[in-house]
Design a protein around this ligand. Structure first.
Ligand code: SAH
Length: 486
């Protein structure tokens, strides 16, 4: 026990896709000392858990039974009593069939402070993601959310006669295994056989699937197509809109689950580009970078400074700052950058690039420097153990150069490994090695690489299908992904 007061935030994680997690939820999650999470929380949200937080899974997974409710409550109280900020992450909204109320009661008994962050419930997001408006003028004037299961795990006793009379849209949760029972009961209660009904599986995620039907036909359709949990059943005429309102068809990467492996601080823009195209994105940084201390070089000895990454540029400016210097120290040296992102990072800090190769790789950078340097020496400001193609080529072309390693690459351990994914994106050979080290078991269908060198590493790693962006930019990478369906 400590003097620091612990507290608990009960947070709804939404239906699965991390884009449907609330801003408030994310803010609190990032501050958590300890996260207690369920099986229904999406991989993209789980990937947002801070590396420093202790992670406790209390959901059923791979046949292993979930932690009993009382035990979950004890964990929350116990962790908060240690003075920690505990985040309890639950699928959808915490108070809708989430037993959130019971956990709050336990916190009150334990004298623990708490707050609740509502979540986007699957009961509404599920239909919406499938293009089903739960209310619609002239079609449905109310929506009713029902659980098909009781606390004890049996089929709930539901007043189907009352439901049949309501005339609104009915949404059944926890009913994947009880589609036949639900439909039959509604028919017995007097609803018409041709009443529209649909099952929505894995709503909001890449694996989202809609099984359309009627009260009479849905049970056999679900059995034939092997409906799995998590799924919800929508009953009512509004379900008919799914056909014409299915909006995911306009998004070129909908249905794709993509792992972004680059360092955390570099993944934002790429992830946003993928999400904008409808992909489910999981950020799992497989590498990170660490500064290496170095002395300030004498820039007057060099005709050229060579930069091969944004990280290298950032490290270089930190080095200048640590030595109380600014860009004037560079003097007359010319600047070479491997590609537009690196050149952009230099420009932001007030240095214009004198040379950038047409093909953004080490080989072409070396050739350009060799042609322009004419006997002047080059200083390479880059990673320790950077790829040899740059230095091998410089040597071959007789260019004098010095390497100043400013950072090193560290392979990250993956704490949360997604259940499945179809694609991984690699923006450097080191991300391929990091990925294989962190999740050797995870099988993906497609490795999408930013350049030839990265692709060569992916081939060595044994990926089945490898595609390479023609240009080493994120735009080219995303276009290549769009052109290559899986
Ligand atoms: N509190 C949650 C519901 C928990 S009950 C919420 O507000 O969404 C668990 C049930 O929710 C599952 O059996 C399933 O019926 C439904 N569910 C949760 N996530 C879902 C998803 N992504 N797609 C379809 N159904 C989902």
């Amino acid at each position: 026990m400590t003097d620091k007061k612990g507290r608990v935030a009960l947070i709804g994680a939404g239906p699965g896709d991390s884009g449907l997690f609330t801003l408030r939820g994310r803010e609190l999650l990032e501050a958590a000392d300890c996260v207690v999470y369920d099986r229904l929380v999406g991989d993209g949200v789980l990937a947002m858990m801070p590396p420093s937080a202790e992670k406790i899974s209390v959901g059923k997974c791979g046949g292993v039974h979930s932690v009993p409710q009382r035990e979950i409550e004890n964990i929350l109280v116990r962790e908060a009593q240690k003075g920690r900020f505990v985040v309890r992450l639950k699928g959808g909204d915490p108070f809708l069939f989430g037993r959130g109320g019971e956990e709050i009661e336990a916190l009150i008994r334990g004298g623990i402070a708490f707050e609740v962050v509502p979540g986007v419930t699957s009961a509404l997001a599920g239909p919406a993601c499938a293009g089903i408006p739960v209310t619609h003028r002239g079609v449905a004037r109310s929506v009713h959310i029902i659980t098909a299961h009781t606390k004890e795990g049996g089929i709930a006793r539901v007043d189907y006669e009352a439901l049949a009379r309501l005339g609104g849209t009915l949404v059944f949760l926890m009913g994947a295994m009880a589609v036949a029972e639900i439909c039959e009961a509604l028919l017995r209660a007097g609803m018409a056989e041709d009443t529209r009904a649909a099952a929505v599986e894995n709503a909001s995620m890449a694996a989202q699937r809609l099984i359309p039907g009627t009260l009479a036909a849905l049970p056999s359709a679900c059995a034939e197509q092997g409906l799995k949990s998590p799924a919800l059943i929508v009953v009512g005429e509004a379900a008919a809109f799914a056909e014409s309102f299915a909006w995911k068809r306009f998004l070129p990467l909908a249905g794709r689950k993509i792992i972004v492996t680059r360092p955390r601080e570099r993944s934002g823009r790429l992830s946003a580009m993928l999400r904008a195209r409808g992909a489910e994105v999981v950020e799992l940084p497989c590498i990170s970078t660490r500064r290496i201390r170095a002395g300030l070089p004498d820039f007057s000895e060099y005709g050229w400074l060579g930069f091969t990454s944004v990280t290298g540029v950032e490290a270089f400016f930190e080095l200048l700052a640590e030595n109380g210097r600014d860009i004037r120290s560079v003097g007359a040296a010319k600047i070479a950058a491997i590609g537009p992102a690196t050149a952009g990072a230099l420009r932001e800090r007030g240095l214009l690039t004198d040379y950038m190769p047409e093909l953004y790789d080490g080989l072409h950078l070396a050739r350009g420097i060799a042609e322009l340097a004419r006997g002047e020496a080059a200083l390479l400001l880059r990673a320790k153990n950077g790829s040899p193609e740059l230095t091998v080529e410089l040597k071959a072309l007789g260019v004098r150069f010095t390497e100043l390693p400013l950072y090193e690459t560290i392979y990250e351990k993956a704490e949360i490994i997604p259940r499945e994914a179809d694609t991984a994106i690699f923006t450097s050979a080191s991300t391929v090695r990091g990925f294989k080290a962190a999740m050797p078991e995870l099988e993906i269908k497609l490795a999408c690489c930013i350049g030839e060198q990265t692709a060569a590493e992916a081939r060595r790693a044994g990926f089945e299908r490898i595609i390479t962006a023609p240009t080493a930019t994120l735009e080219s990478l995303v276009n290549t992904l769009e052109e290559n369906a899986i």
